[in-house]
Design a protein around this ligand. Sequence first.
Ligand SMILES: Cc1cc2nc3c(=O)[nH]c(=O)nc-3n(C[C@H](O)[C@H](O)[C@H](O)COP(=O)(O)OP(=O)(O)OC[C@H]3O[C@@H](n4cnc5c(N)ncnc54)[C@H](O)[C@@H]3O)c2cc1C
Length: 412
Amino acid sequence: MARVLIAGAGIGGLTTALMLHARGIAATIVEQAAEVREVGVGINTLPHAIAELAELDLLDRLDAVGLRTRELRYLNRRGQEIWREPRGIHAGHAHPQFSIHRGRLQKVLYDAARERLGADALITGHRLAGFVQDEAGVTAHFTDARDGSGSLDLRGEVLICADGIHSAGRRAFYPDEGPPSWNGVAMWRGATDWPVWEDGETMAIAGGLAGKLVLYPIAPAKGKTQLTNWVVNVRIADPSVTPPPRESWSTRAPLSKVLPYARRFHVPGIDIEALVRASGAIYEYPMADRDPLPRWTHGRVTLLGDAAHPMYPVGSNGAAQAILDARALADHFVAAGHPREALYRYEAERLPKTAAIVRQNRIGGPERVIDEVEKLSPAGFDHIDDVLSHADREAIVKGYAKLAGFATGDAR
Ligand SMILES: Cc1cc2nc3c(=O)[nH]c(=O)nc-3n(C[C@H](O)[C@H](O)[C@H](O)COP(=O)(O)OP(=O)(O)OC[C@H]3O[C@@H](n4cnc5c(N)ncnc54)[C@H](O)[C@@H]3O)c2cc1C
C-alpha cells in the first residue's frame, strides 16, 4: 500500500510526491489526463517557492526551460512608469523568480517524479471519483477518464486531493458549493517568439481599472528573439447577470475578440497589437476563484493547491502557494505521530495564510498600485510622485509581498 495517495499531477500534486519521496515516504499519483502535455501558457514562480524546488535539486532543470526574472515594472495605460523593482536574486533573495511556461514547469516535475518514484507510481488516464475512509486507511476510487468505465481502487494511509479548481475531493466535502466565482474579467493569453524587449529579463504590468496587460518573456533569448508571454485581463461583464466563459485552460478565442482591448495598452519599446496578432493560439479563461473554506482536512483526506485555495492570478501566487503547501504537508507527515494529525497540522499552517492571499487578490494584490494611480490621475502624469508618494506605492507593493511570504527578509 502506498502511504500517500495523490489525485492530480499538476504542480501541487507532483511537488508533494517529490517532497514526500525526499523524506522516504512512498506516494502514488493518479492523474486524469492520458499524458502530461505542455498545456497552459506562462506563469511566474516566486523565490520562496523556487527555494523549495532548489532543495529538490531541480534548479538546473528549471534554468534549461525557464527564465530568471530580473525586474518588474508597473505602468499606466499610456506606458508611464509607476513602479519598478528588482526581482528574485536581483532583489536580494537567495533564489530566483522564474517566468516559465506552465507546461514546461509541470514537465520538469513530472520527469523528476518518474525518475525518482518510478514509472509505476504515476498512473494517468484515471479520475478520482470517490473515497471511503476507515480506521486503518482510505480507499480511493478512480474511473477511466475517457468514458467513466472500469474502476481502479487504491489504498493509502491518506489521500491528498491536488486536483485543481474543479476538485472532486473538494466537491465530496462541499457538494453545494457550485462553480467557481467569477468577477466578470476575461483573461486572454498567448505566447510567441518575439524580438527581445528591454534586457530580455523584465516583466511589465500595464493598464488601469478597466483592464491590465501582463507581459513577460518565458524562455532564454535565442539570438534576437525569445518566447514572450502576454495576458490581457478586461472586465467584460457584470458577473451577477452574465454567466462566465467556459473554464478550460484550452478554450481558444479569435483574434478579433482580444484585439480591440489589446490596442488600448501602450508599453514603450514593444508593439502590443503586433505581438498579439503574431500569437498563433489565443486562450480565454475567466478570472475565477472560490471562497476560502473553513476546513480542508476531513480525517484522512485533505485538499492541496488550487483544490484548496484557487485564487485570482494576480501577484504570481497560484503555483507558488501550491509548492509551499507541498512542503508543509511533507514536513508534517514526517513529524506527526499519526497521519490524521499530519493533515490537521498542515491545514492549520496553510489555510489561514492562503485564505488571506485569496482575499487580497480580490482587491487587486500588488497591482492595486496601478489602480490607485489611475483613480487619482486618469489622464496620466508628469511626475508620479505628485500623484502618489513613493512611500504609498511601496506600502501597496511591499505589503503584498509580506502577506504572501516573499518580502526580501522572509524568503530563504
Ligand atoms: C491545463 C492547465 C493549464 C493551466 N494554465 C495556466 C496558465 O497558463 N497560467 C496560469 O497562471 N495558471 C495556469 N493553470 C493553473 C496553475 O497551474 C495552478 O493555479 C497552479 O499551478 C496550482 O496547481 P495545482 O497543482 O494545485 O492545480 P492544477 O495545475 O490545476 O493541477 C490539477 C491537476 O489535477 C488533475 N485533475 C483534475 N481533476 C482530477 C481528478 N478528479 N482526478 C485526477 N486528476 C484530476 C488535472 O488534470 C491537473 O493535472 C493551469 C492549470 C491547468 C490544469
